[in-house]
Design a protein around this ligand. Structure first.
Ligand code: PEP
Ligand code: MN
Length: 401
């Protein structure tokens, strides 16, 4: 097996669904044994879709209500979902909590909320560093349960984890359907479309359109958003609503081209833009991003991610974020959108269902020193349940004004 890591490989899978992407450079892809990968792909290509295409269409419809502020979007969940969280007690707790988030935000903002969980498939992570120090030796970094294991002994990418990810996603979506059976609330799923062989194998062609049935909504992250490369190509081929993250280094002309490429039919409910600039630069950079986007005339929805531009490491080496910079970035984003006569579509948060201690601040007074108490995330630091509720109430009230 080829165990080297190459972040710029070309995966040549002959029986791929959407052939074009596999000919382009794809960042953040693990290198697998070719025969094993083929076996996994042919298994997945013949397995059950996780969501149905009428549901995907229905989300697009629902999102078309979010362009001019009629409804708000809340994308929420873990940075990296764990396979071990896929059990009834934890899923129940997550969905109960997400429902509390929805209600708090809805009551305060006086708007209906379109909920998209980072759940039932948020199992692959892009990483800036390929290796990390573990007791003096360099080991491959954790890349999400669908790629390798969090346990330092299981860091080699294993393609069979995609089959487990598919099974866990099916179990989770089944649980979500039961949970929402007696409510009029609809709950949608989304994840980063990072692991292209998996996304491609779950893509189905229906009436000359492709639907990625791994989730209702798919986005590509800051590290994969390159015009002319595999992720953008893949996303351009599917009919699902899609999102792109916009980080501090985004080239505005490239962003405009990506918008044209992904929403070439000028559809409403199709394209979500997810700025994640950071509280320090939001005032300086966001206005020019907004103006460049506006100039395209292409329908788009702004969903603010105040998490990923605000991460820092404490002296003890733990990744964290502060409630005050998260909140500030949101408030500043709302102001900038208003100044530019653009409407706010919603927010994208990483939040736990528990009282974790991963982000500092909030009424519970979590400090850098107390982060150790319940620091459980597999990847980025999440807001605790009470921190998330505080933020949603403040933002909701601000929006209602
Ligand atoms: C994420 O959403 O977990 C993520 C990795 O985001 P970004 O691509 O914006 O860094
Ligand atoms: Mn994250």
């Amino acid at each position: 097996m080829n165990l080297s890591y190459d972040y710029n490989i070309i995966i040549k899978i002959m029986d791929t669904n959407i052939a074009h992407w596999s000919l382009l450079p794809a960042s953040q892809q693990p290198v697998y044994d070719f025969d094993e990968l083929k076996a996994v792909i042919s298994h997945l290509a013949n397995s059950q879709p996780i969501v149905s295409y009428p549901e995907i269409q229905a989300l697009k419809n629902e999102l078309s209500n979010c362009h001019f502020g009629k409804k708000l979007i809340l994308i929420i969940g873990d940075c990296a979902e764990a396979f071990s969280d896929c059990k009834p007690s934890i899923l129940q707790a997550k969905l109960d909590t997400y429902e509390k988030y929805r209600r708090a935000f809805s009551i305060k903002s006086k708007k209906e909320i379109v909920m998209i969980g980072r759940i039932a498939g948020q199992f692959s992570k892009p990483r800036s560093d390929l290796y990390e120090n573990h007791g003096g030796i360099q080991i491959p970094t954790y890349r999400g349960d669908m790629i390798n294991g969090f346990d330092p002994n299981f860091r080699q990418p294993d393609p069979y984890r995609m089959i487990e990810g598919h099974t866990k996603s099916l179990d989770t979506i089944g649980f979500i359907r039961n949970f929402h059976r007696n409510s009029h609330q609809k709950f949608w799923t989304g994840h980063e479309a990072l692991l292209l062989p998996y996304e491609d194998a779950l893509t189905r062609s229906i009436e000359n359109e492709y639907f990625d049935t791994s989730a209702h909504f798919l986005w590509i992250g800051e590290r994969c958003r390159k015009l002319g490369q595999a992720h953008v190509e893949f996303l351009s081929q599917i009919s699902n609503p899609v999102g792109i993250k916009i980080g501090p280094n985004a080239d505005l002309e490239e962003l405009q081209s990506i918008m044209r490429f992904l929403n070439y039919e000028n559809e409403y409910g199709k394209l979500i833009l997810i700025p994640r600039l950071g509280n320090n630069i939001i005032r300086m950079q966001f206005p020019s991003v907004v103006q460049a986007v506006k100039r395209t005339g292409i329908p788009h929805i702004w969903v603010i991610d105040p998490m990923h531009g605000n991460t820092y490491k404490t002296n003890q080496g733990l990744k964290t974020r502060s409630v005050s910079s998260i909140l500030n970035e949101c408030i500043e984003s709302i102001k900038i959108l208003r100044e530019n006569r653009e409407s706010l579509g919603g927010f994208h948060f990483e939040a736990s269902y528990e009282e974790v201690t991963e982000c500092v601040g909030g009424n519970a007074g979590i400090t850098e020193e107390s982060l150790n108490k319940k620091y459980k995330t597999l990847c980025d630091p999440r807001l605790s349940r009470s921190q998330m509720l505080e933020i949603l109430k403040i933002l909701g009230s601000l929006i209602a004004k």
